[in-house]
Design a protein around this ligand. Sequence first.
Ligand SMILES: *Cc1c(COP(=O)(O)O)cnc(C)c1O
Ligand SMILES: [Zn+2]
Length: 395
Amino acid sequence: MAGDTISKLTHIECSICGEHHDPEAVQTICTTCGRALVARYDLEAAKATLTREALGQRVASMWRYEEVMPIRRREHIVSLGEGMTALLATPRLGARAGASDLWVKDEGSNPTGTFKARGISAALSKAVELGVTEVGMPTAGNAGAATAAYAARAGIAAHVAMPADTPAAMMDEVRTYGGSLKLIDGLISDAGAWIADQAAERGWFAMATLKEPYRVEGKKTMGYELWEQFDGRLPDAILYPTGGGTGLIGMWKAFGELEAMGLIGSERPRMIVVQSEGCAPIVRAYDAGADRAEPWADATTIAPGIRVPVAFADDLILQAVRESNGDAITVSDNEIRNAILEVTRAEGIDVCPEGAATFAGMQKLIAGGRLDADSRIVLFNTGTGLKHPELRVTA
Ligand SMILES: *Cc1c(COP(=O)(O)O)cnc(C)c1O
Ligand SMILES: [Zn+2]
């Protein structure tokens, strides 16, 4: 579909120093202070057309929230049908943990099998709109797979760097979609350094988590969908398997936009970070009352999406958790393994290890009196279990 979108994008703003940046130029991080940039919209104008009635008539993907998406021309939207995933009531799973109003937002049905599709669809669309033809992506696995797929969809080149011990399925995806793949002897942070170097030398546009402004815009649509799927209300608590925090920061931003448009009040879900015992920089900072997180040494966990020793926007994650009266908790790899079987067998939802971690985290929070078992709780299953043959029952 050609023509102008009804995007109300006005400018790009630094999340820390407030400096304004041009939305019609390729942007990475703040040129003044080096921190994360975020997109801003004329929400007064957006609210005239972004109503639940209007949304009901629109495309069944995340692109239905067009007013608050950053793309100017419809032909630039690079889509494989991402978003509008199922929000599933899970009473049988809830009963196992004493939770009476438990839901799973199942992101495993997205293109390339994870919610990374949302962020990459948005970022790549904007990059295409601004004339980018070659992108670089450091990844713990799934973002690389999504980047290769969406680059193929857009007809541009993708260069992906990931740890050499990433699950093979994610490497195979990059290669199959025609992306170039560099295996790094290290973690996503080391892949990030390699991509930054190569991008500077070869002119690639680097799309590392929160080092460009638009992946958050894709992931924020999960917040809009929760609002729409719960008939204009938000849940009481959201448990989110946290790596770089794009989705948590994005949903928090969505709730702010919804309030600014008069579509919700000042109430917010408790934003709850779930990390692995072997890599928990945000939980450690939260427990210590710190505003920033120290890098985690020797990060190790069976859940690659949350094997992220350094989150570039750690302060934005911690802010959302604190302002929402949220919480932060770790789970062990063993708890994740058990939770995979509990969720898949109780509800038939094929969880990835990161998604399973949220159920394990919820059980511990309820048992410890830190989470009201009768509140409306949403667990994020961020991807499909199919990419993890190493975690499946084979005998
Ligand atoms: C990337 C990823 C995460 C972490 O997402 P962030 O928004 O970066 O915190 C969780 N689960 C899966 C499956 C992932 O691929
Ligand atoms: Zn700044």
